[in-house]
Design a protein around this ligand. Structure first.
Ligand code: PLP
Length: 401
């Protein structure tokens, strides 16, 4: 009988899959959403403004503008920054495609600056070198903005990026879609825009907090704020009217070509509820990362662990790098044994769409080398200790294949 029970247990364990990421939704989140559904406002109402104010205050920024996704946030930031044809937007190759697609949306040219292999974030020295020498994609374009990506939740060296970009008058838009709650070396929260014009967040379910889908832009610049608000709603305004011949209350005017990128009150209520728990989520993510660091000690021959940062990291994902040219085997093995894995990321410019635009292999050697080694293993705020142990056991086995 005891034997049978053990067998059952093993087969149960074998058949489960631990995802690499997932949301944490509890009763208070559900209640917050239900309250909005029972209220008078479904789309932008009191909850949207409350979420923006609370998010801005959490980050230490003056303003926050909620939108439908991180992608919409990047798109509007590029428009608000006045980026267009003939402009270069400089970003990292190791990111989600949206970080550079936003340049294409506005007719600009993405430029990829290689990562630093120690941080997997854009290397500020390479950025400085690029801006000094301009070996550019095309001499018909000029650098206009830089979008550093806080990869995995580790803040980029923003002081160095600002120094490199500042002398060239570049706009700085931080892609903080992995970095809710992270802190710079100087202690301020990412999103405070201490080093940038705007900071962009995503609230996709796999992110550090969620609104289902959603995004946010923070800024300290009142002009950018006004522009973002306009662009989010079709470029339509009822205030600061340009045509003074209308005096009736029905009048509104379209001043810019904008979009409908409004986050609704249902999502905003969920966002407010999630924001209350963000520090707890981060604490749990850090504890899981620490557990992995300790558990993987002694496996240096097989893999490199992610960079730590003395508490400033938001630990959106935990990426190990395989040393023995066996990433695909390890990936497969982990998947087969019930570990949710992913690769963050394929260098963006290697996608067929970018290749057709003229980008090609060899552009960012460190990014390409990293891609061949990387595997993301499960890390999320609701992971339990049994699952963490299971992940460690399976990873320790798999890396030796
Ligand atoms: C680094 C980065 N930038 C931008 C985005 C786009 O965010 P969203 O999925 O909310 O559009 C993501 C989302 O995966 C991301 O990881």
């Amino acid at each position: 009988m005891a034997h049978m029970q053990t067998d059952t247990l093993i087969s149960d364990i074998d058949s489960r899959t631990i995802p690499y990421g997932r949301q944490w939704i509890d009763d208070s989140d559900i209640q917050a959403v239900l309250d909005v559904l029972r209220s008078d406002w479904l789309t932008q109402g009191p909850k949207s403004k409350e979420f923006e104010d609370k998010f801005a205050s959490y980050c230490g920024a003056e303003y926050a503008v909620s939108v439908t996704s991180g992608t919409a946030a990047l798109h509007l930031s590029c428009l608000a920054a006045g980026i267009g044809p003939g402009d270069e937007v400089i970003t990292s190759p190791i990111t989600f495609a949206a970080s550079s697609n936003c340049a294409l949306y506005v007719g600009a040219t993405p430029v990829f600056i290689d990562i630093h292999p120690g941080t997997i974030c854009m290397d500020p020295e390479r950025l400085a070198e690029y801006l000094r020498n301009r070996p550019g994609v095309s001499q018909d374009t000029r650098p206009k903005a830089v979008i550093p990506v806080h990869f995995a939740g580790l803040p980029c060296d923003m002081e160095a990026i600002k120094e490199a970009a500042g002398g060239h008058g570049l706009r700085i838009i931080e892609d903080a879609c992995h970095a809710h709650g992270a802190r710079y070396k100087s202690g301020e929260r990412v999103g405070s825009c201490k080093y940038s014009d705007m900071t962009v967040f995503s609230f996709h379910p796999l992110k550090n907090m969620t609104t289902g889908e959603g995004g946010m832009i923070t800024t300290n610049d009142p002009d950018l704020y006004e522009k973002l608000i306009l662009l989010r709603t079709h470029g339509i305004s009822k205030i600061n009217l340009q045509d003074s011949s209308y005096h009736e209350d029905y009048y509104y005017e379209m001043q810019l070509l904008g979009f409908n990128y409004r986050m609704n009150d249902i999502q905003s209520a969920l966002g407010i509820s999630q924001l209350k728990k963000l520090d707890t989520f981060l604490q749990k993510r850090r504890e899981t990362a620490d557990y992995y660091f300790n558990a993987f000690k002694g496996l240096d021959d097989y893999m490199t662990l992610p960079p730590d940062s003395n508490g400033s990291h938001a630990w959106h994902i935990y990426v190990i790098q395989l040393k023995n040219n066996n990433r695909d085997n390890v990936f497969r093995k982990l998947k087969e044994t019930g570990i949710g894995v992913q690769v963050h990321y394929i260098p963006v410019y290697l996608f067929p769409y970018y290749q057709k635009l003229g980008y090609g292999e060899g552009l960012c050697p460190y990014g390409e080398a990293y891609f061949k080694r990387a595997v993301t293993i499960p890390l999320y705020s609701s992971i339990n200790s049994e699952d963490m142990k299971f992940v460690v056991e399976r990873v320790c086995e798999a890396v030796k294949v």
